[in-house]
Design a binder for this molecule. Sequence first.
Ligand code: 0A1
Ligand code: ZN
Length: 894
Amino acid sequence: MRTDTAPAISRHDYQPYPYRLPRVALQFDLDAECTRVHARFEVERDGGGLPPLVLNGQELSLVSVSIDGTQLDAGKYRLDDETLTLFPEAARFIVEIASECRPAQNSALMGLYVSGESLFTQCEAEGFRRITWFPDRPDVMSRYTVTLRGDKTAYPLLLSNGNLVAGSELENGRHEAVWEDPHPKPCYLFALVAGSFDCLERRIRTGAGRNALLQIYSDKGSRNKTEWALDCLHRSVQWDEQRFGLQLDLDRFMVVAARDFNMGAMENKGLNIFNSSYVLAEPDTATDASYHGIESVIGHEYFHNWTGNRVTCRDWFQLSLKEGLTVFRDQQFSADMMAHGLSEDAARSARAVKRIDDVTALRVAQFPEDAGPMAHPIRPESYQEIANFYTATVYEKGAEVIRMQHTLLGEEDFQAGIREYFRRHDGQAVTCDDFVDAMDSVYRARHPGKSLDVFRRWYSQAGTPRVHVTLQHDADQGLCSITLRQHCPPVGIEKLQSPPLEKPPLHIPFALGLLDAQGQALALRHEGQEHETVVLDLCAESQTWTFPDIAERPVASLLRDFSAPVIVEYDRDDAELALLARHDTDPFARWEAGQELASRQLLAMSQSGSAKQEDAILIETWRALLHDPALSDAYRARVLTLPATKALLEKTDPMDPLAVAQAREDLRARLGQALADSWLAIYQACAAAEPREYSPDAVSSGRRALKNLALAYLAAGRHPQAESLAQAQYESARNMTDRMGALSALVGQGDTPAATRALRHFYEQWQHDPLVVDRWFALQATACATRTDTVRALMLHPAFTLRNPNRARSLIFQFCMNNMLGVHRPEGYEFWAEQVLALDALNPEIAARLARAFDSWARYAPSNRDAVHSALQRIQQHEPLSRNVAEIVSKALN
Ligand code: 0A1
Ligand code: ZN
């Protein structure tokens, strides 16, 4: 067994960097095989003494190092694998370092790397140290001047942060560009791009009267696929001005699409680098989901320009300071865009759809994380490898924690809090506490006697809290009392602690409504006013609220709009859930009631081996929802989708993934059959309404979602017309959403001749488009009938490679993480371990993400548990193993 685990870095050990580096000049002689970097920086010491100057570096070759122009002999500095230490003799001096790196050998895609024929950088979190020796930490902020030199034919475009201030021709077919970034920044926001690209651009005038140039760069020949991204960028600029009062502070804002990219995108100051999957879209190749994904990621990276770049993180433990806040902002942006131009009711429904999608993502990814071996607070206490902490908890739960502050303060005061945050901290590297302090100052001023003191605990507590609800009704007095009791069981390493960790109560804003037996909303008197929804401030372990003038025992509508990231425990019968699913006036809680009803059915089926269960109430509820004319198509598509297998598994102990996934398939088939006529009618109505011109707006994409859901149910129920409808839709589809909907219905029928034909046709037609080929792999990876041998065969396809993260994700990740019926078998777990190791040799960040596929293994039923355990041990014993994967498996095996 390995014993050489990396030391953990602790939040409490933070020390400010002992020097300032106000100015940095970088010179690059770009070459894919060997790039020479010359770094020159001014160093200043404010305090007393002259501590050593420790610089980070990785996989660099040192050429020379000098101080104030004098080259240092080897005895005058200390060099090891990860640091270069200098020993200053004055409080102000200039360091110059010449070094070399090897972009073409860089398969980890951190630092300077090659994608296609071009050069890109990725510096967050700790990639800058692969470019030059430097204090690679976010609290060291400098002004950068960057000189790029390269071959003019290979690299006609030379881009970096800020403004292009000079350009010239050099000898030997080379040229040079000089960029100056007027804003001080930490090195993780540095970027350069060199290559040959198409560019789509728009000149805009900001609300503050600044003329700015927005540009989207992409591979040659793909300019027509960047119009949507440019639109999204323009709308992001406008939205941030209007909703947050935040102006673009640059003359030029560039987005560049890269085919090889580890994550979604990166907010480098003025030069965002994107995974091409979040840039390129045209109706024929991108689905509605891709259009919406692009909108949200373009928004996200743009919004970082303030929340992340103007005010950045003091250290990486504060990552949620920028990520939670920026995810909250991109969620609000998408919701506002979805609702834009709709009537009040339609806008409410569109917002609810966005909320449902966000909460679903939280439950599928973050809830399991918060209950597993990687559980951590949104502000982690320690890590071995920071790349492992770009998690659903830091991002999505982090966004929920910001959202709760928004709920507690309200829009107006929240915006006042944001203004206060920037007033205090513009240009600084700060902490999560600094953010809450700014919000708290407004909260206290507006609500004398209240504070965010208890609320802050959300930043330091891991685990999903549970809120137990009891309702008591006193018919004589017409009083209804609601008691909320919270507890948060120990998770992850907390379980090993003795005595058990004390987890103090959190401040939970709990939105509540009450309905009468007919489903009519009741008025609730609370803090002197009447409301249909009240937000209760649960701050203690248990609290009770009493509402007067409630004549009959009401039906409780709980955690409306998902006002807090908690699990609600409330004992009620199916009839009550059915009533809420039909009538709740809060669209989120209404959806939730339907999901709960379906969950109960699915869990009963999974425990009884899918033996026939009484399902009349579910079918009748589904039928009523199918035919409710007041519901938007997008909302109906969400309401009629069964809960995700991963979310269902969280409700079981021990977990039997195969049984739950099979129950879900069986219930889909049952609903497909029992409601076949309705599905067919809906399908036809939606298909008839499809306009010629494609648009990803909320109404059109909602209609397509419902149509393709109906087709999926017909296919699941083996309806005699399903195959011909799917085939006809495949052949006549004018957009990728419909083409994929049809193909997925065909492939869902198993290895039929029609499915095989369509898959072959699809590949032939789209083989030139990498993002569409990714869809082709992903669809097969997640098909019900796919097993390990199918995936192994697909890996032999000439289009497959592990080196491109999107391609690896489309096949390997999709199979291991999203094909429950395929992977949860001994040979599936073995395959997974093999792929984690294969990827680790190329790209540790990507490998570590795959290594988390079975984080919940300790809660599996014994046979699955033992098989994952052996696979984990196999990974752990492998040498060499990256720090990234080693941290994940050692936590999983703890
Ligand atoms: N800050 C980016 C996320 C990001 C993090 C690390 C990366 O390196 C592989 C890339 C991107 C965001 O939140 O969008
Ligand atoms: Zn981000």
